[in-house]
Design a protein around this ligand. Structure first.
Ligand SMILES: Cc1cc2nc3c(=O)[nH]c(=O)nc-3n(C[C@H](O)[C@H](O)[C@H](O)COP(=O)(O)OP(=O)(O)OC[C@H]3O[C@@H](n4cnc5c(N)ncnc54)[C@H](O)[C@@H]3O)c2cc1C
Ligand code: SF4
Ligand code: SF4
Ligand code: SF4
Length: 506
């Protein structure tokens, strides 16, 4: 989890420069829209008056910082993010990296991408072969802007949904200060009559603009992390299995997610867990808030249909500490809400993020059709679904199991998953999946100190049996290969033509 400072220190800045920057900052559409809608926001009740002013303060600070960063970069040649961070010494490096990406989105900075091809030796089907690989280099430069340039206005996220790239994570609906958004596993609706055009939903949406460059570069700054282009920053990788027989009966793979959640609840490290369980319709996941360990096992096991888990985060406000389980796009959304727009997370009660690996998910109808058409089986008789060894497998209550090659089920998967590059939940505290480990075991990636500590504590409590991923087969090499393939095949996001950006300002 990236640490951004939302209490910016302006001590080194001259009073005149600071005043100029603050003056420009409060002209920003996002700050104005949020400030002007104070009454509507407080009437909605999602944010208290204290929280309203904390968010507003953080927005103004971050925007002021950006205006100062922009001034310092004017007239400079195209630079890599790490070079920019060395030039701008007045603010923490993490903030500067975040600012450059947001300034790009606001229309001030241009991203220049150089592609270089290198030849590498790779083992393919046991034989060493020379393979050409593309490398991408990102540099940033302030644009030469006309005097009448108007900062970009961020559309509400209907633009993301209409562009058919929304991953239905539900995060925007939890964030929206006036509850204008209703997000479900398949739909997204915005009530134009109450939307205050603050663009906060756009800032935090994992599909509006990418955080890849910001996230990767900030992670690389943390020298305690190992870094892989395929699976991003991490402390350690393990293969693990639960020791609890009750969890073994309901788990998907090693039962590590349920074991970690049980440890968190039992030791009161969190008050509740946000996860998913079967809804009234079998195999249709329903996001739930779990307070009691006795309800936890209902969440175990993978449901391959997608859920809008993050749409219920705003219902957890009364709890001080929560943990969230989700697929990579959800971890990406939570990270984005921490980085943008201000470095102040909207829900400071999210203490643990448990991320799953995910190659793709299916619409609920897609899962139904898949079982009917490919397996000619009764949906109600399916006790478990799994993706393993390149096959989609179903287990029936008769004890029988059936499988089809994974490429035969691709057409049932969600089209919007093609825009997803993250297999291993790059932005979780701990990521858990099956690729790399033997059957009945999970592959675990601890991403930061918090994740590593939780994992070690669960082992010490006797809940988990753990080995290094280096000591199992197929291990990390397979995981990195598949994660690399997902990144390579990911489609670029292009949002539909945006409305005239100047509408709001006129
Ligand atoms: C849609 C999807 C696709 C996946 N694809 C892959 C893959 O390609 N390769 C791979 O290695 N692993 C994949 N996984 C992860 C894998 O299936 C297991 O969830 C993971 O290995 C953890 O196993 P476990 O035994 O520790 O989990 P358990 O202890 O059984 O706990 C499972 C947890 O997953 C959560 N969950 C279940 N369904 C969903 C859902 N639809 N959305 C959000 N959370 C959910 C539950 O809330 C529960 O907390 C996928 C998971 C999902 C949800
Ligand atoms: S829908 Fe988006 S732009 Fe509209 S009020 Fe909600 S967060 Fe702001
Ligand atoms: S935040 Fe999630 S649900 Fe909302 S528009 Fe973006 S991708 Fe879709
Ligand atoms: S493939 Fe990506 S977008 Fe699709 S459900 Fe998985 S994490 Fe979300």
């Amino acid at each position: 989890m990236v640490q951004i400072s939302n209490n910016v220190n302006f001590n080194g800045i001259s009073p005149k420069n600071l005043m100029d920057a603050t003056y420009k900052a409060v002209e920003n559409f996002q700050i104005r829209a949020f400030f002007e809608a104070k009454d509507e926001i407080l009437k909605t009740g999602k944010y208290s008056e204290k929280e309203f002013y904390e968010i507003l303060d953080a927005l103004i600070d971050a925007e002021t910082e950006r205006k100062l960063v922009l001034e310092l970069l004017k007239g400079k040649e195209p630079l890599f993010l790490e070079e920019i961070a060395k030039i701008v010494k007045d603010f923490p490096v993490e903030n500067v990296i975040r600012d450059v990406i947001y300034l790009k989105e606001q229309g001030y900075i241009e991203e220049l991408i150089d592609i270089k091809t290198k030849t590498v030796i790779k083992k393919i089907k046991g034989e060493e072969k020379e393979v050409e690989e593309k490398e991408y280099f990102y540099r940033y430069q302030v644009k030469d802007l006309p005097d009448d340039f108007i900062e970009h206005f961020f559309e509400p996220v209907s633009i993301v949904f209409d562009s058919e790239v929304c991953c239905q994570c539900g995060w925007c609906s939890s964030i929206c200060p006036v509850n204008a958004i209703t997000a479900t596993a398949d739909t997204l609706e915005i009530d134009d009559k109450i939307c205050i055009k603050c663009g906060l939903c756009y800032s935090v949406c994992p599909r509006s603009f990418s955080i890849e460059q910001a996230g990767k570069n900030i992670n690389k700054l943390d020298k305690s992390l190992k870094f892989s282009e395929q699976i991003n920053g991490y402390i350690n990788t393990y293969s693990a299995s639960t020791t609890k027989n009750d969890i073994k009966k309901v788990r998907q793979d090693g039962g590590i997610v349920t074991s970690l959640l049980e440890y968190l609840l039992k030791n009161k490290l969190v008050d509740v867990i946000v996860a998913v369980q079967h809804s009234k319709e079998l195999w249709k996941p329903e996001p739930v808030i779990i307070e009691d360990i006795k309800d936890l096992y209902k969440t175990s096991g993978t449901k391959y249909a997608n859920a809008s888990t993050l749409s219920i985060i705003d219902e957890t406000k009364k709890y001080e500490n929560i943990a969230v389980v989700g697929v990579p796009c959800m971890m990406n959304a939570l990270e984005k809400g921490t980085l943008f727009p201000s470095g102040l997370p909207f829900f400071t009660n999210i203490k643990y993020r448990i991320g799953l690996f995910c190659m793709e998910s299916f619409p609920y109808e897609g899962v139904l059709n898949l079982i009917n058409e490919k397996f000619q089986s009764d949906f109600n008789k399916v006790t478990k679904m799994d993706i393993s060894g390149g096959k989609f497998i179903i287990y029936l209550d008769s004890g029988e199991d059936l499988n089809v090659p994974l490429n035969e089920v691709k057409s049932y998967a969600r089209h919007n998953c093609h825009y997803c590059e993250d297999l291993t939940s790059d932005y979780a505290d701990i990521s858990v999946g099956s690729i790399g480990s033997p059957s009945g075991w999970s592959t675990v990636i601890t991403r930061n100190k918090k994740g590593e500590t939780l994992y070690k504590e669960a082992i010490n409590a006797g809940l988990i049996e753990s080995k290094s991923l280096e000591d199992v087969k197929p291990g990390q090499s397979l995981l990195e290969r598949i994660a690399g393939t997902k990144r390579k095949n990911c489609k670029p996001i292009e949002l539909k033509e945006e409305k005239e950006r100047s509408d709001y300002h006129n």
